[in-house]
Ligand binder design. Structure first.
Ligand SMILES: [Zn+2]
Length: 184
């Protein structure tokens, strides 16, 4: 059973990590008014905490963007197991996001970052849970993400990137990043 103390502690923890009010409301079941008050206590002011969350497909606007969100999704799925298909585990999400930042820094820095804050990572986790984004497996690269209403070509973004770079006859580092995401 979740007590109100647990809910408050969870909300404060989430606000300290940088989650926005609508996300904290969705995860804790607390009212927006109460969460906004808590945000003011945590921040000094509550500005920059509101605003609606984008849909995942807006974050998959190109193959390289899909690669970026796939990296996070693969880490989140590897760390959280099948449970992430049914519910969001905030602690796993935070750990996976921190690892994503490290891996993207060392292996995907040539790609423009899509998950620029943890709220966008939450959108991916939410859409995986809601069956609006799907983890699919490539034989070579492991997990990649496909999202509802995706406008970019379907299939493994790592393979697409390799095909594109072999057409350009240049070597990329995407293979390593893909392998890392698979091994988690
Ligand atoms: Zn692939």
């Amino acid at each position: 059973m979740i007590t109100s103390y647990d809910r408050n502690a969870q909300a404060v923890r989430m606000l300290r990590v940088g989650f926005r009010v609508p996300v904290v409301v969705a995860e804790t079941g607390m009212t927006a008014l109460k969460v906004r008050r808590m945000a003011r206590d945590v921040d000094g002011d509550g500005r920059g905490r509101s605003g609606s969350m984008p849909a995942a497909y807006t974050m998959a606007a190109s193959s390289s963007a899909l690669m970026d969100i796939s990296l996070f999704a693969a880490l989140y799925r590897s760390m959280g197991g099948e449970a992430v298909l049914r519910s969001i585990d905030i602690e796993i999400l935070i750990s996976a996001y921190n690892l994503y930042l490290e891996v993207r820094e060392s292996h995907l820095s040539h790609v423009k970052p899509v998950l620029t804050d943890i709220n966008r990572a939450w959108v991916i986790a939410r859409d995986i849970r809601s069956d609006l984004a799907w983890l699919e497996t490539c034989e070579v690269d492991g997990y990649h993400l496909t999202v509802n209403e995706q406008r970019t070509p379907l299939g493994c973004p790592w393979c697409q990137c390799r095909r594109a770079s072999s057409r350009k006859r240049s070597k990329g580092t995407t293979e390593t990043a893909a392998r890392l995401s698979r091994e988690g």
